[in-house]
Design a binder for this molecule. Sequence first.
Ligand code: PLP
Length: 413
Amino acid sequence: MGLNMVAAHAKWPEENDAIFGLAAKAKQAIDTYGKDNVIDSTLGALVDDDGNLICLDTVFNELKSLPNAQIAAYAQVAGQEDFLDAVQTACFKEYRPEAYIKAVATPGGTGAVRHAIWNYTNEGESILVCDWFWSPYVTISEEFGRKVTNFEFFNEKGEFNISSFKEKFEDLLKKQKRLVTVLNTPANNPTGYSLSDEEWDEVLNIAKENAKDPENKIILLVDVAYIDYAGVGSERRKFFSKFSNLPENIFVVIAYSMSKGYTMYGMRSGAAIGISSKEEIVNEFYYSCMHANRANWSNGTRGAMSVMTNIAKDPAKKKVYEEEVNKYKTMLRNRANAFVEGAKECGLDILPYRDGFFVSIPCDNAKEASAELIKENLFVVALKKGLRFAVCAVAEDKCRVAPAKIKKVLDNL
Ligand code: PLP
């Protein structure tokens, strides 16, 4: 046994991020074989057809026009007041629930996920997440001595598996009397699935049924990191209005991110937005998150907050910003359609795609498949239950041909 200087709770395996490692390999392949001969579908960021990161002009022109002092200054611990209004409008658009609502600025959606997990669970408890998930939910839970239980996202027919959800939800609630359930929708990472409005009704009916026991505390953490690329208009935001007039012991936290919708990934901005039918409960949320902000990162990125606020305040800027986002939303949809069509043509089995940056391919030996695909200069991320193809990072013509290449490798494993 070597010497451990870190405390036991902070000792973790010495491993680097697998996705960033794979992306570095893809870069090497591009240098060796040329970008036309490599498909790099590793990173979860929107890139143009030449592989350059897309950075919205409206956003960065606004940022660069800010006085230096406004970029340099500290923000308020809970976030600038005008930002806290703007972020709610950006999130809900015309589907603001009828409820008491309060927001707290966080460094990205990650900060909001962190606050919801830490502030709404007790030591040793489990949170509930579906079995196709963004791995930081586990990292965050582990960091805090929480566990993660999975429900099956899809049934054999490839539909949202409401009975698996119900079973796991009720099991944990019975044991813990308190439960944080994470739903990453619309435009789920890694599957591209979005719960339909009917599926949301089913989820909420189960929550409401269980809320009849006043001892149960039900927290729905809705991670909407990719919402700005979901649907055509704002129809994928309709479910927000279902959070109106919920029982007092159902609390909703929205994790909102500026990373994708404003292409401000590294500028770390977002919000935790709490929704309750009871004012006391959102006030409690607000002060709990404010304390957690102060304890962890003190305050968020002032310049990023100002960008959102200024765009929201000026109708002309807002219009140009929305047009710019819509242009890329269409690009993304065309790429995803090309992948889905390519998959249908060659008979590659994929999970139901609705919106967003990723498509997933279920398979048993994803690591091996990913390693074989590297030999074909196709870079995809291996997950526990399959492969994740990032349509956000690959040009449409390559999205069209990738499924056949994947199918061939999977058939020969
Ligand atoms: N949730 C999901 C599912 C994500 O994929 C991401 C980013 O990759 C986030 C949340 C949060 O991102 P950020 O902290 O950059 O806002």
